[in-house]
Ligand binder design. Structure first.
Ligand SMILES: Nc1ncnc2c1ncn2[C@@H]1O[C@H](COP(=O)(O)OP(=O)(O)OP(=O)(O)O)[C@@H](O)[C@H]1O
Length: 238
């Protein structure tokens, strides 16, 4: 057990009716890790297990050296941002960010300052009173980032955060994520289908194939790999 590791998956088995997944890995604290692999390879399941939405049939999840067995998602030191950003449509942006601090929305004056600060850090200072429907897709993703920021959890899981964004917005979001990562000093795991995200953002790569982690490499080494067909397909080498 190593507290320097942000995440350890030790002999984790997930047994579904038609498929079985197995995860073993140790992710060091402090980096941005791209999680890649073909559709159906197990990326979302990996996140669900770490975040606690899914309990392993066997094995153990550890975060910062502590076992997560029996710990509900809300008790884990993890924030998750899904692709569709899960904002409440009837609540304004500041209140949506406030959910990151208190799900019952009992917010102190200090909390409101933190919310304004987080919105400022993602470039949405004057958006607090607006409803999610009046924002662009990229702006909504930045609200989801602000909601994660106010929680200050050491581990941030991003499930394809740029999927709905056009190329210009993607590069803006990458830069923002890099800045926030440096400020927060957290560990980020980010599912992506885009080699460009890996090249631009990742320090290392977890690559999944058919329910297993088949590569866990520093990014430079990963980008030079030519030995595995699934990685070649991802990198566009064939
Ligand atoms: N609740 C479930 N019950 C049964 N099988 C499941 C369940 N969740 C996932 N699976 C199966 O586990 C495998 C991995 O699915 P998962 O969603 O983790 O893949 P993924 O890599 O995230 O795919 P995508 O890139 O398409 O989102 C798939 O074969 C899927 O059908």
């Amino acid at each position: 057990m190593n507290p320097e590791n942000a995440v350890e998956l030790v002999g984790v088995d997930i047994l579904y009716d038609t498929t079985a997944l197995h995860f073993d890995c140790a992710v060091a604290s402090g980096g941005i890790v791209a999680v890649a692999g073909a559709s159906g390879s197990g990326k979302s399941t990996l996140f669900h297990v770490i975040a606690g939405f899914e309990e392993p049939d066997r094995g153990e999840v550890r975060i910062l050296g502590k076992t997560m067995s029996g710990q509900a998602p809300s008790e884990r030191p993890v924030s998750v941002i899904f692709q569709d950003n899960n904002l409440f449509a009837h609540l304004d942006i500041a209140t949506n960010v406030g959910f990151g601090i208190s799900p019952s929305l009992r917010l102190s004056t200090g909390d409101r300052v933190r919310i304004d600060d987080a919105l400022g850090r993602v470039g949405l200072d004057r958006f607090g009173k607006r409803l999610p429907s009046t924002l662009s897709g990229g702006e909504r993703q930045r609200v989801a980032l602000a909601r994660a920021l106010v929680r200050h959890r050491p581990l941030l899981l991003l499930d394809e955060p740029f999927a709905a964004l056009d190329p210009g917005m993607r590069s803006g979001m990458r830069a923002l994520l890099r800045d926030l990562h440096e400020q927060e000093n957290n560990t980020i795991l980010m599912i992506t289908h885009h080699p460009d995200d890996v090249r631009a953002l990742a320090d290392s790569v977890l690559f999944l194939d058919q329910g297993r982690i088949i590569a866990h490499d520093p990014v430079e080494r990963f980008l030079e790999r030519r030995d595995v067909a699934a990685i070649n397909r991802f990198l566009g080498n064939e």
